[in-house]
Structure formats: structure tokens, C-alpha cells
Design a protein around this ligand. Structure first.
Ligand SMILES: Cc1cc2nc3c(=O)[nH]c(=O)nc-3n(C[C@H](O)[C@H](O)[C@H](O)COP(=O)(O)OP(=O)(O)OC[C@H]3O[C@@H](n4cnc5c(N)ncnc54)[C@H](O)[C@@H]3O)c2cc1C
Ligand code: FES
Length: 272
């Protein structure tokens, strides 16, 4: 794994529950794709032992030529808590880029991006990729369904709307956009959207619901899973997901490592 020390450019509060970290880290020359990730660690090993995985959230180039790679993170424990204290000029160890990214839609299918909570993270870059690539002529074909528990958990909508993307906000408590589940919001539109290809990132129950919907209505669907990881490059087996098996001779009980074979999987390939 390629590990470098990347200087912090900014580290600011995005909403009550989420922060945005910008590093001088060139994800472009390392093959940036939405949902690919890095392992982040502090240089001082006494602060924590195991690096933590984070999806690249956005990548752009400053006027002075510096490539800025952004991460959205939610402080929930030891390392994300320490990350809140990072200041401009501090260094962070970055291992990557790792994993596979979301593929482009096939056969002109309309891309539907479904984000839950901190699962918003990879979609800013996916929107950028699609709007510069297959959907360049009409970015409003890209449908971004942003879901969270409440308004503070939904936060990339302004940039996406400004880029001409069709954005639907959904919150459990109805404090922003439609009330309910992201899968209900999709179901209400499914017929009008025509052939779609779906992309999901979020908590496990949401991914399971998205996967069930895709299998039931038979549209292609890619899920970015967030299993706990230790090494990030395929040696510790901490991150396995169970493979679906239609082959009775082979039998059940086969696993895939989400750090190297994922984190993006075809919904037909795994049990969420
Ligand atoms: C491929 C990938 C991409 C990710 N991208 C992002 C991202 O862009 N932004 C972001 O904020 N987070 C992301 N995560 C999750 C992130 O890695 C965890 O939030 C982080 O490891 C927590 O570290 P911590 O030391 O702060 O918490 P810890 O002290 O390690 O854990 C705090 C609590 O959170 C639970 N926890 C930790 N990790 C997970 C997990 N993966 N799933 C469920 N519960 C967990 C622990 O069991 C514990 O209860 C990603 C995870 C993966 C695998
Ligand atoms: S995190 Fe070690 S094998 Fe995937």
C-alpha cells in the first residue's frame, strides 16, 4: 500500500453532526473513483493502533495546482474524535487509494444515487464524475436521493442542485424534505424514472432495503458497504461480507473481502 503523509488544508464543521476534512493528497493520480477509500492514521502511533477507512468525498484542483482530496466524517469514536482536533498544516498518514469504485451506468440507464447518513460521503464525487462523463448533456437525469435521520444528516444538496442534479431529500423525522425511508421515495418515482441503475451507500438496514428493492424490481444496483476494517489491503479478514450463492454444489458459506473485492458490490453478489 502506498502510504504518504498528507498536510491538512482545512477541517471544518459542515453540520451539527458532520465535519469536512481537506488534505493535500493527490487522489487523481492514484485513480480516484467515487467510493474508493483510504486508510487514515495519525503519525504518532501512541494515539491509536489501527488505521480507519474513509471514502474520498470530493477531489478538485486548486489554482496553485494542489490536488485537494476531501473527506466527510462523523465523530463517533476514538479516531474520528481525534480528527476533530486537526489543524491546517498538521500531517495525517494516508494509505491508498484502495478498493473499487462505483461503475458508470450501463445501456443509458438513469443513475439513481441513494445515500443514508454518513453514506452521503462518496456521492459528491460520483455526481462530479457523472456530470462530466455519461450525463454531461443533461445532469438533471442524475437523481440523488439523500436520506438521514434529520436535517443535520443531509448535507450535499446545495452543491448538487447548483450542478443541475435532481435532488430529493428524505428524513426519518420529516425535518427536511419528504418524511420516511429512502426506498419509499424511490418506489414513489420508480415508474416515472424509466430504466435505472442504482447506487447505495449508508447503514446496513438501508442497504438491505435498497438491495431487496433492486432484486424485486430487477434493476442493476451497486452497494458500497462499510464493514469494519483493520489492514485495508486483504490480509486480516476483518472486513468480510457473505457471498450469495445460487450454485448448490458449491454451497453457502463463502465470503468476500470488502477492502479488496469491494467496498462496491453488485447487490446480486452479496448478502447485506
Ligand atoms: C470503505 C469505508 C468507507 C468509509 N467512509 C467513511 C466516511 O467517508 N466518513 C465516515 O465518517 N466514516 C466512514 N467510514 C466509517 C469509518 O471508518 C468509521 O466511522 C471509523 O472507523 C470510526 O473510527 P473511530 O475510531 O472514530 O470509532 P471507534 O472508536 O473505532 O468506534 C466507535 C463506535 O462505532 C462503531 N463503528 C466503528 N466503525 C464502524 C463501521 N464501519 N460500521 C459500524 N459501526 C462502526 C464501533 O463499533 C463503536 O461502537 C467508512 C468505512 C468503510 C469501511
Ligand atoms: S481489512 Fe484486512 S482483509 Fe480487509
Amino acid at each position: 500500500m502506498d502510504v504518504v503523509t498528507a498536510p491538512v488544508l482545512f477541517n471544518r464543521k459542515e453540520t451539527e453532526s458532520v465535519r469536512r476534512l481537506g488534505l493535500a493528497y493527490d487522489a487523481l493520480s492514484r485513480g480516484a473513483r467515487a467510493a474508493r477509500f483510504v486508510m487514515l492514521a495519525f503519525e504518532d502511533p501512541s494515539r491509536h493502533l489501527i488505521p480507519r477507512p474513509f471514502s474520498i468525498s470530493d477531489v478538485w484542483t486548486r489554482d496553485d495546482g494542489t490536488v485537494v482530496t476531501e473527506f466527510l466524517y462523523k465523530p463517533i469514536g476514538r479516531v474520528t474524535g481525534l480528527m476533530c482536533g486537526l489543524r491546517e498544516g498538521d500531517g495525517l498518514l494516508v494509505g491508498g487509494l484502495l478498493g473499487n469504485g462505483f461503475p458508470f451506468p450501463t445501456d443509458g440507464r438513469r443513475p439513481v444515487l441513494m445515500a443514508g447518513g454518513i453514506g452521503n460521503a462518496p456521492f459528491a464525487y460520483q455526481v462530479r464524475e457523472l456530470a462530466a462523463g455519461p450525463e454531461a448533456t443533461d445532469p438533471s437525469r442524475i437523481v440523488l436521493l439523500l436520506a438521514g435521520r434529520s436535517a443535520a444528516d443531509v448535507w450535499i444538496q446545495e452543491d448538487a442542485r447548483a450542478a443541475g442534479i435532481t435532488v430529493v431529500e428524505v428524513t426519518d423525522d420529516g425535518s427536511r424534505g419528504e418524511a420516511g425511508l429512502v426506498t419509499d421515495a424511490l418506489l414513489r418515482r420508480l415508474e416515472d424514472l424509466g430504466p435505472i441503475e442504482a447506487y447505495g451507500c449508508g447503514p446496513e438496514p438501508m442497504l438491505r432495503a435498497v438491495s431487496d428493492l433492486a432484486l424485486e424490481h430487477d434493476f442493476p444496483c451497486w452497494l458500497s458497504v462499510e464493514e469494519r476494517m483493520a489492514c485495508g489491503y486483504g490480509v486480516c479478514n476483518a472486513c468480510v461480507v457473505e457471498q450469495r450463492c445460487d450454485d448448490t454444489e458449491r454451497g453457502e458459506g463463502w465470503f468476500l473481502k470488502s477492502c479488496v473485492e469491494g467496498p462496491v458490490f453488485d447487490a446480486r453478489e452479496i448478502h447485506v
